[in-house]
Design a protein around this ligand. Structure first.
Ligand code: FBP
Length: 262
C-alpha cells in the first residue's frame, strides 16, 4: 500500500475531499439553499479547483458525470450510504463494490461509513473489512466516515467519543478517518493522537459563516489534522471558489483566518 501522501488523495500531505453524497444521505432539501447545487455538473466543476484533492460521490453520480472530468478530478467512490427516509437504527447499505468502483467508475479512492454504537455496528464493521481488504488489492486509499450514533451513543461530538471514532479508523485499517468536529482544537488533538499513523479529517456540517468555518478548519490543522471532507459549506455558497481559495490558504499554506479572508 502506498503511503497516503503518495496518492492523489493528498496534496503536500493534506486532504480536502469535496463531499457530494447528500442527494442520497439527506435528499433534495440540501439543494434548496442554492438550487444550482442539485446539478452534479456544477459540483464536478467546483471540484476542479486546485484546493480539492478528491470528490466523493455515490456510484450513480460517478457513472453519469465522471467520464467528462476524469482528467481534472480525483474520484472517491462512496460505496455505502442510506437515505434520510430510513427511520431504523443507523445503518448504511453497500451500494457499490470496490471492484466496480475501480474498474467501471475508474475511482481513485474508496469511502465507507460505519456507525459505531449502532445496533448494526457489527455488520457494518464486517462489510468494511471486505471493502478495506479489496481496496488494498487495487492499491486504493480508504476513507472511513466514522460517525458514532445509535443506541450506544449519547453525545456524538464529545471529545472522548470523537477520539474513539478516530481510533476505530486506525484499528480497522482506514488511511483517513473523517470525524465530526468536536468543537475545539483540544478535542481534535485527542482524536489525532488516537489515530496514530492514520490521518484524521474534519467533517463539514451544516453551513456557517466563512469566518466560523475557517476558524474550525484552522483549529483542526493546528491540532495536527490532515484537512477536511466538506460538502454543504462549499457548494451551498453562491461562490464556492471563493471559500476554496481561503481553504487553500489555510490548509496548504498555513495562513491565519484573517489572512485567508483578505
Ligand atoms: P457536510 O460537510 O455537508 O456535513 O458533508 C459531510 C458528510 O459526511 C457527507 O458526506 C454526508 O452526506 C453527510 O455529511 C452526512 O451527514 P449526517 O450523517 O450527519 O447527516
Amino acid at each position: 500500500m502506498r503511503p497516503i501522501d503518495a496518492t492523489p488523495l493528498a496534496r503536500d500531505g493534506k486532504v480536502l475531499i469535496l463531499a457530494y453524497d447528500h442527494g442520497l444521505e439527506h435528499g433534495p432539501t440540501d439543494f434548496t439553499e442554492r438550487p444550482e447545487s442539485a446539478d452534479p455538473e456544477e459540483v464536478f466543476r467546483t471540484a476542479t479547483h486546485d484546493a480539492v484533492t478528491a470528490l466523493a460521490v455515490q456510484k450513480g453520480v460517478g457513472e453519469a458525470y465522471y467520464p467528462s472530468y476524469e482528467d481534472e478530478v480525483t474520484l472517491l467512490a462512496k460505496v455505502n450510504g442510506t437515505s434520510n427516509l430510513w427511520t431504523g437504527e443507523p445503518d448504511s447499505s453497500v451500494n457499490c463494490s470496490v471492484e466496480y468502483a475501480a474498474t467501471e467508475l475508474e475511482a481513485d479512492a474508496i469511502g465507507f461509513t460505519v456507525y459505531p454504537g449502532s445496533n448494526h455496528e457489527v455488520e457494518m464493521a464486517e462489510e468494511f473489512r471486505q471493502v478495506q481488504e479489496t481496496a488494498r488489492e487495487y492499491d486504493m486509499p480508504v476513507v472511513l466516515w466514522s460517525y458514532p450514533r445509535g443506541q450506544g451513543v449519547k453525545n456524538d461530538t464529545k471529545d472522548d467519543v470523537i477520539a474513539y471514532a478516530a481510533r476505530l479508523g486506525l484499528e480497522l485499517g482506514a488511511d483517513v478517518t473523517k470525524v465530526k468536529y468536536p468543537g475545539s482544537k483540544d478535542g481534535m488533538e485527542q482524536a489525532v493522537q488516537m489515530a496514530g499513523k492514520s490521518k484524521v479529517v474534519m467533517s463539514g456540517g451544516s453551513k456557517v459563516s466563512d469566518e466560523a468555518f475557517l476558524e474550525s478548519v484552522r483549529a483542526v490543522m493546528d491540532a495536527g489534522g490532515a484537512g477536511l471532507a466538506v460538502g454543504r459549506n462549499v457548494w451551498q455558497r453562491d461562490q464556492p471558489e471563493r471559500l476554496l481559495d481561503s481553504l487553500e490558504d489555510v490548509i496548504y499554506d498555513g495562513a491565519s483566518v484573517d489572512a485567508a479572508l483578505q
